[in-house]
Ligand binder design. Sequence first.
Ligand code: PLP
Length: 450
Amino acid sequence: LAAATAAAMSSSDNHSAFTRAQAVLPGGVNSPVRAYGSVGGDPRFLVSASGPWVTDVEGRDYADLVCSWGPALLGHAHPEVVAAVQEAAARGLSFGAPTVAEAELGEEIRRRVPAAERVRLVSTGTEATMTAVRLARGYTGRSLIIKFAGCYHGHVDSLLAEAGSGVATLALPGSAGVTAASAAETLVLPYNDLAAVEEAFATRGHEIAAVITEASPANMGVVPPEPGFNEGLRRITAEHGALMIMDEVLTGFRVGPSGWWGYENSISPSPAGGPAYTPDIFTFGKVVGGGMPIAALGGSAAVMDHLAPTGPVYQAGTLSGNPVAVAAGLATLRLADDAVYARVEEVSSILARALGEALAAEGVPHVIQRAGSLFSAFYGPTVVDGVRDYATAQSQETFRYRALFHAMLDAGVNLPPSVFEAWFVSAAHDDAAIDRILAALPGAARAAAE
Ligand code: PLP
């Protein structure tokens, strides 16, 4: 008991917590970017979170702009989501048998994105994209996949080449352990470059199973698709009998009730009305589980019914459609109404504007890019005319973010510990949280200027 108490006490100081974790977990973390490798210093070990706030082991609170990397659209520990989870947990943690709530969650996703006629629930975004790729290959009988440099689709072997997120943060070309054979089945093209896609299809079109794209990339910083880019991908894939996989793991049900697809198509619907384009397969994650491990893929019945048990493409999971996680996802989506999206948009525009003003006041060369309620800043002279691809995103002055990050942290604001990530806000970001952030920005911009 004394040893256990001593261990617990030593973890109450953040540095001891990190030292202890490093002795048992590689890098002290279970997901690389959390280790603060690119910003330096000890990652904050958190004990609780509520609304827009997170609290660390030393009792310090921070206005949170990570929001669990996206899921916390409603803010942390929303009382109705917590109640739904508690109620479900009391009825049993996992059955390994179908439940009515899984169909309800599938219906809620389809209500928001009607092209998701059939939905398969999985546990992580990685599983969703991995399954989407396998399904596209099984459906088309082809092997090649096109992805775009700077897009991150989880840690699927074939999708790690020139990936964003942690792969970008750690400046890796891909990952050790991915076989050459697997890498050879992925063609990586520059983002926002339809001519490159046309060319790839012109030479290898009959081999290409699918193009996978982030609906609006946010893992190399926020780099929105140029008008017509997603529509062009739809046209080219359809012409060549390949599928279009739109990865909405990050954007889905965050930038709007129907994800980026709904957002973009309501901004620029086709002249005939209705959506300008419709992908074959969507992947969802993050918000769809409200902070619990749920992700999903959805698409037309014709494609999705190729999944087992109706079709030959195998996919399964002991914890797929887990009842406690489904309860969290359903409660979150049911609460995510127009007022929530309006508030998230409002908070993000206040913060994006204030960040831009603070950086401008200190003469820091930068550009702020937005995609709906997602935004991020890029730093240095090479980005000021805008960032439309990964090469430009990588050319920025990352040291400026390191300084800005730590100044914000010292002032009680939790930013993503990497310049290649979006800043996430929630509908729970109230005046107190916004004031904390606004008060911290001028000093942080000064730090970034040095
Ligand atoms: N796809 C996108 C666009 C993502 O942003 C992420 C995670 O950040 C993933 C897929 C992978 O999701 P997960 O981390 O749940 O495996």
